[in-house]
Design a protein around this ligand. Structure first.
Ligand SMILES: [Zn+2]
Length: 133
């Protein structure tokens, strides 16, 4: 778990299926996603909607005067429903407790019980000990 892998929206790229290099249906991707922060161009979720993010004027959405904006709220709704992840809770946790504590809590939350690797939030798979065929 690394701070560079925590996206401005509060998502953790380290547990993302695209970062592991797979699609949702279990196929290996031609190109593994290098994480939201190291992508040039558009953010997977919010950048196309947000000038502050595009220009790099905020590091996290909670720094924004419009936090939480409608776009973030949409992402929040999708992720709480589908993946049991609240990006707003993540962001508030980072703001209140700091990045180190956040990364530690993520490590606990997504640790593979079999091998100690990192579980994928999108597929609930561990690609370290059970990669798809
Ligand atoms: Zn594992």
């Amino acid at each position: 778990m690394k701070s560079e892998l925590i996206a401005p929206c509060g998502n953790n790229c380290a547990i993302c299926v695209a970062f592991f290099g797979y699609t949702m249906s279990g196929v290996k991707r031609k190109h593994t996603c290098p994480s939201c922060r190291s992508r040039t161009g558009t953010c997977a979720f919010l950048k196309q909607h947000c000038e502050l993010l595009t220009k790099g004027e905020v590091e996290f959405c909670f720094e924004c005067p419009n936090y939480p904006c409608a776009h973030l709220q949409k992402l929040e709704d999708r992720y709480t429903k589908k993946y049991n992840v609240s990006v707003i809770e993540n962001l508030n946790f980072i703001q209140n407790n700091g990045m180190d504590k956040f990364l530690n809590s993520q490590k606990e939350k997504y640790r593979c019980p079999k091998c100690g690797g990192i579980m994928c939030v999108h597929t609930n798979m561990c690609y370290s000990c059970s990669p798809p065929e």
